[in-house]
Design a binder for this molecule. Sequence first.
Ligand SMILES: [Zn+2]
Length: 236
Amino acid sequence: MAAGALAVPKLLAGGASAADAMAPSLKTSLDACTPPGDALQGLLERNKRFSKAWQALGEGVSPKKRMALKVSMFEEGCQIDRMALAEGQRPWAALVSCADARVAPEWIFSAGSGELFQVRVAGNNAYDDGIASLEYAVAVLEVPLILVLGHSGCGAVKAAMASEPLTPLLEDLLKPIRASLKSGDDLTQAIEGNARFAAAQLTKRSAVLKEAQANGKVTIKSAFFDIKSGRVSLLD
Ligand SMILES: [Zn+2]
């Protein structure tokens, strides 16, 4: 194993009975898996765990080691009991992210069911129904953080930069992305600009979110997810 690579968790080394003995108990409280302290730091810490395992996954990795790396993404092993989840949710962060199959928030933030409230659409736009969903997340569920997440190689932003004819619905979808474009932007700059633009739209178009931000009840940030490294970096 290369220096700095993740150690294979003992969980997989000892067989099923050892794994059962080490398995943490299910959490019956809806916020039992919420990281202590700042939600943004919590997301970034979780992403570090993901990206470390993500970078170690590659050609030549045995199926056993691959499975161990995947387990290490969730090494905290926190899981809320389904019976508790059937009664309600208490997410600790909200994401506005792309519909792209490579940008699954639970995966890149090592989170389980009931932890992350999500609005997903191609190009991670701040569209009306998405903003309304976030109003519910902040006003009713008291989610303290909204992170707008752009990502490397975003096809929606690429399409917005091109001038090929699209369906009327796709043209509508790309309008806010085109509004965020600056001349001379390369793809990565356009993706970052689009995430910043979407984050700014949230408080511009929602009085609820604007007030919550002013009162310190919610923090709104934008970030960039690099698929190759698995790393999330803040944009502002
Ligand atoms: Zn995308």
